[in-house]
Design a protein around this ligand. Structure first.
Ligand code: FAD
Ligand code: NAI
Length: 468
């Protein structure tokens, strides 16, 4: 007899596993099907977590090599042990994926390892790598199958010489020259890792700016800082052809707007031009689930597709492709199923680039406000005037807060600097409660902390910054 559930979740990434846990907490009988051998999806296995482990290790390496002497810590010559760095990354991943397995057990969620196919709105077939197929009967299905790298025609991925982010997290030897196609989040994080470890890195970006979607002023200054670190940029450039050579890859690139082509020789090429929703082999077309022209599953405000009983969340639906967004989707979807009023405020999903310095963003950019014709005022404060940043030698960057011209309500914040990814959450909380720039400026902040730069930017919006 087929097992019967209240909810079958397909995919155990941050969207799926969090939804499964919340659904179990709400009293549902839940199964979660995952084709990988481990839980955690892209994020824990080949995304957020391994990339942050390498960013942290490479940052420590670069700091020890280049900066410790300046502050009076002489460690002699510094040597890279890449094998150990990779082993550390693997153990971080193992610890966290194991942690999700523990949470599944604790919440009595049935973890089914295998590939899922949706047979009907109430049936999911699971095919394990070995052994017999299984049919799960269920009241509802939640699709959380995530995304995959967008391929670039003409560049065949072999995960050795031409890699996606997955291969870029596994390079066995520091490449002489790494060419990164795409100046977005993956491109810049991976460029930072390998540049710190000694590779020459060139970023080829189609547009005339990096990190499109982020605040323009931040993007410009961010590029300048990365250039100072040795990363080269070829903006407004497209790769038109590639040829694998004995030692690497020979790329042909030309200006996006037309012009003379040039050859770029690379040892390794990283293709990081975005990700696309993944629904291959799921059988959704057969049961009539609607998708848009880019392959994203269409859902309503309750995350339900056009087929009653089939829901979708995370990277496979529209919105920012971020782990925390997928988690929020998952919680809101299952709470709504349970009769509660699940909700996600997509204006308040922070975006963070974990480079050095970090870049973090929430709410609207200046470009978006201008385009929408919203009257706003801006206040900025540099970390070079923040005592804590000065005392720890991390003065690169600034905090910018945007507020409504009349009401002073905070509309957005953009931070480049030390701990930007943590600092942004103060502004997120203020925005969630409908607070103003003056509110941020009047909150008593500990001294000396980096967070005082946020307070001062809040004050600066109304021309009341003290230390500037
Ligand atoms: P996924 O995490 O992609 O999980 C989907 C799961 O479904 C996968 O495990 C897949 O194996 C499984 N699956 C697919 N089809 C089937 C099937 N038919 N049957 C069974 N299982 C199936 N986001 C951040 O917020 N912060 C970061 O720092 C960050 N860093 C990143 C770094 C890299 C290199 C990459 C690639 C991504 C990063 N992301 C980051 C993005 C983040 O990983 C995704 O937004 C997030 O994982 C999406 O979660 P999800 O649950 O929707 O899908
Ligand atoms: P992205 O959308 O961030 O950046 C892709 C870049 O490639 C863009 O700048 C785009 O203009 C450029 N591009 C597109 N086609 C091109 C071409 N043919 N030639 C040259 N450049 C081209 O996508 P990315 O970096 O691949 O990351 C995918 C997703 O993963 C992101 O959207 C992000 O949500 C998520 N992610 C998040 C991280 C974080 O939160 N820190 C870290 C890594 C990934």
């Amino acid at each position: 007899m087929a097992d019967s559930y209240d909810l079958v979740v397909i995919g155990a990434g941050p969207g799926g596993y969090v939804a499964a846990i919340r659904a179990a907490q709400l009293g549902m009988k839940v199964a979660c099907v995952e084709k990988r051998a481990t839980l955690g999806g892209t994020c824990l296995n080949v995304g957020c977590i391994p990339s942050k482990a390498l960013l942290s290790s490479s940052e420590k390496f670069a700091e020890t090599q280049d900066h410790l002497k300046e502050i009076g810590v002489d460690v002699g010559s510094v040597k890279l042990n890449l094998k150990q760095m990779m082993a550390n990354k693997a153990s971080v991943v193992e610890g966290l994926t194991g942690g999700v397995a523990f949470l599944f057990k604790k919440n009595k969620i049935d973890w089914k390892t295998g590939t899922a196919v949706v047979k009907s709105a109430t049936e999911v077939e699971v095919t394990p790598a070995k052994g017999k197929k299984e049919l799960l009967k269920t009241e509802r299905i939640l699709v959380a199958t995530g995304s995959e790298p967008t391929p670039l025609p003409g560049l065949e991925i072999d995960e050795k010489k031409v890699v996606t982010s997955t291969g870029a997290l596994e390079i066995a030897k520091v490449p002489g020259h790494l060419v990164v196609i795409g100046g977005g989040v993956i491109g810049l994080e991976m460029a930072s890792v390998w540049s710190r470890l000694g590779a020459k890195v060139t970023v080829v970006e189609f547009l005339d700016r990096i990190v499109p979607g982020m605040d323009g002023e931040i993007a410009k200054k961010f590029q300048r800082v990365l250039q100072k670190q040795g990363i080269e940029f070829k903006l407004g450039t497209k790769v038109t052809a590639s040829k694998k050579t004995k030692t690497g890859v020979s790329l042909t690139a030309e200006p996006a707007k037309g012009g003379d082509a040039e050859t770029i020789n690379a040892d390794v090429v990283l293709v990081a031009i975005g990700r696309r929703p993944f629904t291959e082999g799921l059988g959704l077309d057969k049961v009539g689930v609607k998708m848009d022209e880019r392959g994203f599953i269409d859902v309503d405000a309750d995350f339900e597709t056009n087929v009653e009983g089939i829901f979708a969340i995370g990277d496979v639906i529209k919105g920012p492709m971020l782990a925390h967004k997928a988690e929020e989707d998952g919680v809101a979807a299952v709470e709504t199923m349970a009769g509660q009023s699940g909700h996600v405020d997509y204006n308040l999903v922070p975006g963070i680039v974990y480079t050095w310095p970090e870049v973090a963003s929430i709410g609207k950019t200046e470009e978006q406000l201008k385009e929408a014709g919203v009257e706003y005022k801006a206040g900025s404060f540099p970390f070079s005037a923040n005592p804590r940043a000065k005392s720890v030698g991390m003065t690169e960057g600034f905090v910018k807060i945007l507020a409504d011209k009349k009401t002073d309500a905070v509309l957005g914040a953009h931070i480049m600097g030390p701990e930007a990814g943590n600092l942004i959450h103060e502004v997120a909380a203020v925005m969630a409660f409908g607070g103003s720039a003056e509110d941020i400026g009047r909150i008593c902040h500990g001294h000396p902390t980096l967070a005082e730069a946020v307070k001062e930017a809040g004050l600066a919006v109304n021309k009341a910054a003290i230390h500037m």
